[in-house]
Design a protein around this ligand. Structure first.
Ligand SMILES: O=C(O)CCC(=O)C1=CC=C[C@@H](O)[C@@H]1C(=O)O
Ligand SMILES: [Mg+2]
Length: 316
């Protein structure tokens, strides 16, 4: 059995901010186990583990497999990578739905380029569109949202505050929203109870993301509409499936989402989305921020462009 661990560094089209940290490139690891691949890419600001910790645990896990033992990683990004590389993938998955677009950037700059963006979609605007909020002045963010709502009347907006508001700030913002045009708001406040209070006070529907990856407690609520599942941050595929079962039991929508991984994970996540949430457009529109790929046109990993960290073999 062939085992390998490789490192990559993929430049962002322009530097992106992750919880106050400015990143010019995305760093990560690819693991291969007997010809099958997985990706290990903790996201700074969102993952609890560092890349160095993920690399150390990945090397130890590969050594365990080399000795005929079962790898038992504990870090979420490593669990996701090793699970993908060892998964028995179903053969006949439905064709993945296209991801909904993710708009990122300063609201004023986005307003200025909006006519180009809208013109690109022509007669077929997307059913959903995601926008980050709680980053710039509220008035500017609301102006952009109102502009989008009038220019794209059939598109529902997904807003994501990453827990960036107090209860009062979130309420002030949500009271000015064109609610008919809002699909849901991800994580208005850092505490679940505050987000629910905002939903109750303003009528906005909410979705959970960081609450899930941090393992914080949450309950069903009539205004809790969706769970956003990021396997790189949640960890094992069985932990993701447990969340999916809980979502299904409460009639919540399931949105499989990326953490700015390479094209390899975007393809694997699209397959998971088509299996776990076949009717829900996934949150996978992060690839266009990267200028380079790790796989070629036929889907093979281009190891010649990667940094080889370990190659092992076991007799199995
Ligand atoms: O969920 C999506 O539609 C795309 C991914 C995405 O928006 C995010 C990925 C990782 C960190 C954040 O920047 C952001 C999020 O918080 O959901
Ligand atoms: Mg989110």
């Amino acid at each position: 059995m062939q085992l390998g661990l490789y490192g990559y560094s993929l430049p962002f089209r322009q530097p992106l901010m992750f919880k106050g940290e400015r990143l010019a490139s995305r760093e990560g690891l690819l693991v291969t186990i007997n010809g099958q691949w997985g990706e290990i890419a903790p996201l700074p600001g969102f993952s609890t583990e560092t890349l160095a910790e993920a690399k150390a645990e990945s090397l130890a896990s590969l050594t365990a497999i080399q000795h005929g033992e079962k790898a038992m990683p504990t870090l979420p990004s490593v669990q996701f990578g090793f699970d993908c590389a060892q998964r028995n993938w179903p053969a006949n998955l439905p064709t993945p739905l296209p991801p909904y677009p993710l708009l990122q950037g300063a609201p004023r700059a986005l307003v200025a380029t909006l006519d180009n963006i809208v013109a690109d979609w022509g007669a077929l605007p997307p059913a959903r569109l995601k926008l980050k909020v709680a980053r710039y002045a509220m008035e500017e963010e609301l102006a952009l949202i109102n502009r989008l709502a009038s220019w794209l009347p059939t598109t529902k907006l997904i807003l994501d505050a990453n827990g960036g508001w107090t209860r009062e700030e979130a309420q002030r913002f949500c009271r000015c929203l064109p609610l008919d045009h809002i699909d849901y708001l991800e994580e208005p406040c850092a505490a679940f109870a505050d987000s629910i209070a905002v939903a109750e006070a303003t009528g906005v529907s909410i979705a959970l993301d960081e609450t899930l990856s941090r393992g914080n407690a949450w309950n069903y609520h009539p205004q809790l509409k969706a769970l956003v599942i990021k396997p790189t941050l949640i960890g094992s595929l069985s932990a993701c499936q447990a969340l999916i079962q809980r979502a299904q039991a409460g009639n919540l929508r399931i949105v499989i989402s990326s953490s700015f991984e390479s094209d390899l994970s975007l393809w694997l996540l699209a397959r998971l989305a088509s299996e776990w949430a076949p009717n829900e457009p996934p949150g996978l529109d992060t690839g266009h921020w990267l200028t380079e790929r790790v796989t070629n046109a036929t889907g093979e990993v281009m190891t010649e462009n990667l940094h080889c960290l370990s190659k092992m073999e076991n007799s199995a």
